[in-house]
Design a protein around this ligand. Structure first.
Ligand code: AMP
Length: 276
């Protein structure tokens, strides 16, 4: 496995890779969710590139950029075991030189949900992914359904820019009790870890109500809200039932509908979703 720390090195190594190239962008501190993306990329492409870059421009000023968990040595050992060809681990200065100014704005789908709660978040995400795509030149890029809106935003960016990369969405990997795997789960103390299950319980409730024939989105949102409010450590940021392509909020649930939420458990903000 080769490790590139500069754009110049990454571009040079890229020239030697067999086509097609599968790419998995990450912020590191890898878990089974990330590895599911890597394994799918490995299964579908002769060459696999993974990036590890904690992207400062997608964090708000009050967010956790400084304390975001990092463990590059462990990450590299895990990726080596998965048979990854190249790990691209640039510095912040490499990705954002002082003269950098080509920001990527994606429009309406980036302004809802996570975009409304985290202004500028998807501008940072779209910009860094566009830059990573420029350097890595992937044929296919793999994104987790865990960050459903991110995958939608990236698909929109690819369509708007006529990029020839195929975006593949990979199902969410969960802990045995249902909690979606996330690097941020490390912030939870044991009591909060138990409380965090309420996200999955609320999504399961939505699925159950939908399968019982309930079509009124507001009723489902209200039942989810009531369930989460019973958990004293949980504080709802948003609960949404939206069209899975446009992210317009729905009155009547019509598939494919994205049921998504952001909930604070103590100080930790968690997101999760299911598609109906
Ligand atoms: P991150 O390191 O949090 O930026 O995530 C890198 C990629 O892994 C993104 O495409 C995420 O959607 C994906 N990912 C993170 N957690 C999970 C999970 N539990 N299941 C599937 N994909 C995930």
């Amino acid at each position: 496995m080769m490790v590139a720390e500069t754009i110049a090195d990454m571009k040079r190594l890229r020239l030697k890779l067999a086509e097609s190239v599968g790419f998995v962008p990450t912020m590191g501190y890898l878990h089974e969710g990330h590895l599911a993306l890597v394994r799918q990329a490995r299964a579908e492409n002769p060459s696999v590139v993974v990036s590890i870059f904690v992207n400062p421009t997608q964090f708000g000023p009050e967010e956790d950029f400084g304390k975001y968990p990092r463990n590059p040595q462990r990450d590299l050992a895990l990726l080596e075991k998965e048979g990854v060809d190249i790990v691209f681990m640039p510095s912040v200065a490499e990705m954002y030189p002082p003269q950098f100014g080509s920001w990527v704005e994606v429009g309406k789908v980036a302004e809802r949900l996570e975009g409304a709660s985290r202004p500028g978040h998807f501008r940072g995400v779209a910009t860094v992914v566009a830059r990573l795509f420029d350097v890595v030149q992937p044929d296919k890029a793999y994104f987790g359904q865990k960050d459903a809106q991110q995958a939608i935003v990236i698909k929109k960016m690819v369509a708007d820019r006529n990029l020839s990369v195929e975006i593949v969405a990979v199902p969410t990997v969960r802990e045995p009790d249902g909690l979606a795997m996330s690097s941020r789960n490390i912030y939870l103390n044991p009591e909060e870890r138990k409380a965090a299950l309420v996200l999955y319980q609320a999504l399961s409730l939505a699925q159950k109500l939908w399968s019982q024939g309930k079509k009124d989105a507001q009723t489902i949102r209200q039942e989810m809200t009531a369930l989460i409010q019973k958990q004293p450590l949980a504080d709802i940021d948003y609960i949404s039932i939206a069209d899975a392509e446009t992210l317009d909020e729905l009155d009547e649930v019509r598939p494919p509908a994205l049921v998504s939420m952001a909930v604070r458990i103590g100080k930790t903000r968690l997101i999760d979703n299911v598609v109906l």
